[in-house]
Design a protein around this ligand. Sequence first.
Ligand code: PNS
Length: 172
Amino acid sequence: MKRAIYPGSFDPVTFGHLDVIERSAKIMDELIIGVLNNTAKSPLFSVEERVTMLKEATCHLPHVRVEAFGGLLVDFAVQSGANTIVRGLRAVTDFEYELQMSQINTVLNPEIDTVFFTTRLQYAYLSSSIVKEVALMGGDISKFVPESVMKRVYNKFKLKESMGNEQDRADY
Ligand code: PNS
């Protein structure tokens, strides 16, 4: 049984993430998408909202499930019975961070390996942060995220605007 974890913040999930999910799910018996419940960062979406968006976007993939996790990724992997971590690599700028993470994880637990999927060219520029920035400025994000996610992003910014909470908008 080849079971892997695809971890991330997914704030929100993009077509770039979904591309990595679909491709890695093809070579795994089971893929668990691990959504980081991070208290240090202040994400735009709650962990429950991020999990819901991912479940909606991956409901056509039977052996993919979505779970929230806190604490160390390697501990989550062990609890889930997975010995592989999947990550996407977009450009050289990702490399140092990804290398450090995979090496730290190997030191913490040598049984767990990280495999990288190079992002498809059409998503090489794409990140959750860029999506939020474009949406915040009123731009069209339909090429970057699924429709249901797009609606949630626009709604979130409208909601924040009506609350007059400039700080929240600056936090993403
Ligand atoms: O999508 P992101 O924000 O780049 O994902 C980063 C993530 C969630 C993979 C990373 O922050 C993580 O694994 N956090 C859990 C804490 C941990 O295990 N830290 C040690 C390895 S960096």
